[in-house]
Ligand binder design. Structure first.
Ligand code: ADP
Length: 263
């Protein structure tokens, strides 16, 4: 079970032009979901048709980051995803009551993801993001099976320890045959009022992950960008209004500006 094509996933149909990015990190809290929604919002604002599948079933946060409170609607056998900022979004968080903790096992997660990909009506998309749970767990393998053409985007912090686990998350690709689109370093520095950059979490993690993955995969894996710590990114997330769409993103060197550039 679970092999691509076992069920009809529209993104796997011959001729599908959707680029699928599976956003991965070694550990939680590095900003994977924040990066996902901001890249998606910037792309949607530029006119692309964008969707997000929140596959981070244990720590789903995408609906909150996009300010989505309305549930999906059902039409016959299909589920219509809510849309926010032009992004069609589905999340396990929309199917559990309140903030009930999700304690699902691997096969159930696989089934949930498969159902999201087959029963949710996304229509034609230019880009689909999958927000993966941290680590190299069952769901990453499921994604590789269900969407073999998906490309992995690795998010890490500059810290060496974070880089190690992020590299492991990325190197799943060599086992699954997926490609790695690149590495994004988050929380890279804090801009001080004096103009200096304070490297709160050290430096070099993104570079290290990109270099090691390049060696492991035998091809050049780019560091796509480095995003500073930025209060506006955090408050935008808390209020469900992605920073890339705000005036804060017009400030050169801000997190919003860098995320827009990467998108
Ligand atoms: P993950 O998906 O990796 O668990 P989140 O995207 O949920 O991480 O981010 C964890 C927390 O850190 C959130 O409160 C988010 O607002 C905050 N955060 C993430 N990136 C930044 C940043 N560059 N600057 C400030 N806060 C950030």
């Amino acid at each position: 079970r679970g092999s691509a094509g076992a069920k009809d996933i529209p993104f796997n149909r011959p001729g599908s032009l959707t680029r699928v990015y599976a956003v991965a990190s070694g550990k939680g809290g590095v900003g994977k979901s924040s990066v996902t929604v901001n890249l998606a919002a910037a792309m949607a604002a530029s006119g692309l048709r964008v969707g997000i599948v929140d596959a981070d079933v244990h720590g789903f946060s995408i609906p909150g980051l996009l300010g989505i409170t309305q549930p999906p609607t059902r039409v016959d056998e299909m589920i219509l995803p809510p849309v926010a900022y032009g992004i069609k979004t589905i999340s396990i968080g929309m199917f559990v009551a309140g903030n009930a903790p999700v304690a699902w096992r691997g096969p159930m997660l696989h089934r949930a993801l498969e159902q999201f990909l087959t029963d949710v009506y996304f229509g034609d998309l230019d880009v689909l993001f999958l927000d993966l749970p941290p680590g190299t767990g069952d769901i990453a393998i499921s994604v590789a099976q269900l969407l073999p053409q998906s490309e992995i985007l690795v998010v890490t912090t500059p810290q060496a320890a974070a880089a190690d686990v992020a590299e492991r998350a990325g190197s799943v690709a060599s086992q699954t045959g997926q490609s790695v689109a690149g590495v994004i370093e988050n929380m890279s520095w804090l801009q001080l009022p004096t103009g200096e950059r304070m490297e709160l979490f050290g430096s070099g993690g993104g570079d290290i992950v990109a270099k090691r993955l390049s060696e492991a995969l035998g091809k050049d894996i780019p560091l796509l960008g480095s995003i500073p710590l930025d209060v506006d990114l955090r408050t935008g997330g808390d209020s469900g209004a992605p920073v890339v769409l705000s005036e804060a993103a017009l400030v050169e060197g801000s997190a919003g500006a860098e995320l827009r550039r990467i998108a």
